[in-house]
Design a binder for this molecule. Structure first.
Ligand SMILES: Nc1ncnc2c1ncn2[C@@H]1O[C@H](COP(=O)(O)OP(=O)(O)O)[C@@H](O)[C@H]1O
Ligand SMILES: [Mg+2]
Length: 299
């Protein structure tokens, strides 16, 4: 069934607590829409990993997108779910801003596929001028529940990457407590403020007993294309290495600060698609191999 846009946008107009995404109801209301959330697996998905950072703007979505594309390139059936309700980036990163998902006959959202990766984002359901930001409390948590459990991943996925919103508050806890997560990748820049927040993020995953697969350091070295000199824009990497050592966590990758990474992302062709043979793409591929191995997927 192809829903009309107006029906999909019901979410923002008629704020029904039981159905924030405004998915048309057919038959019975799924169990997850009643009572408290319970931790349960996402249907049709073997492994679920979260890409997280307590701080915003450190490159979480950029890393999550490139990681999912790398996993797909390794031959895994891969999906990415954008759970950043307030600042969804996946539609832009996958060049899908003008697309809307269809619904199955049982009112499940059908993911949009780009570059071999199945994607779902609240950004597909709400226009940029929408009032999604007014969602709070129970309404917000219901919307996340629906996003987590109302997507028809098909064909079934080997691995689903969750792009988490920044922070360690209600939303992140709600997500980590209501699905079975196989691990988390924590993203940070070398800057002390980001590293401090990354530690908070790791504490959160420890509390909810989600294994930390490792840290990715982003925007570390900048190599000047003119003088070829190198600058550690956000400071040296001692802080990140120290945290890894103290917490017994692996440094999965070190992504340089490079203008192409930002530009390719804004054009909807992330690095792994735009420059698959570059050193930068190789870092993402290495991270993907490590992640796949750690969650027990053969590549
Ligand atoms: N390694 C990088 N080099 C250059 N720009 C980057 C890099 N990583 C991320 N960016 C840019 O930094 C900004 C924030 O990245 P984003 O992935 O949206 O962060 P977050 O999801 O953590 O808020 C974006 O403009 C993105 O294109
Ligand atoms: Mg983001």
């Amino acid at each position: 069934m192809r829903p009309t846009i107006s029906r999909l946008l019901q979410a923002t107009r008629c704020l029904q607590h039981e159905n924030p995404l405004g998915l048309p109801k057919t038959g019975t209301i799924p169990r997850f829409q009643r009572g408290l959330p319970t931790k349960r697996p996402i249907q049709n998905v073997k492994k679920v990993i979260a890409v997280s950072s307590a701080k915003g703007g450190v490159g979480k979505s950029t890393i999550a997108a490139n990681l999912s594309l790398s996993l797909a390139r390794l031959g895994l059936r891969t999906g990415i779910l954008d759970t950043d309700i307030y600042g969804p980036s996946i539609p832009t990163l996958f060049s899908l801003t003008s697309h809307q998902p269809s619904l199955t006959s049982s009112s499940q959202l059908i993911p949009l596929t780009a570059y071999g990766v199945q994607t779902m984002s609240l950004g597909y359901l709400t226009p940029s001028s929408s009032s999604a930001l007014i969602w709070r409390g129970p309404m917000l948590l219901k919307a996340i529940q629906q996003l987590l459990h109302s997507v028809a991943w098909s064909p079934s996925l080997d691995i689903l990457v969750l792009d988490l919103p920044p922070g360690t508050g209600d939303i992140q806890l709600s997500i980590t407590q209501q699905i079975v997560l196989d691990g988390a990748v924590v993203v940070t820049t070398p800057h002390i403020l980001a590293v401090q927040d990354a530690v908070k993020g790791m504490d959160m995953f420890d509390r909810v007993e989600v294994p930390i697969l490792g840290l990715v350091q982003n925007m570390s070295l900048f190599r000047c294309p003119h003088c070829h000199g190198e600058t550690a824009v956000f400071g040296g990497e001692e802080g990140v290495r120290q945290v890894c050592k103290e917490r017994g966590v692996e440094l999965l990758g070190d992504v340089p600060l490079h203008p192409n990474i930002g530009e390719d992302a804004s054009r909807g062709r992330p690095t792994v698609v735009a420059e698959p043979e570059s050193d930068r793409a190789r870092v993402f591929m290495d991270v993907a191999r490590a992640v796949a191995r750690k969650v027990g997927l053969e590549v």
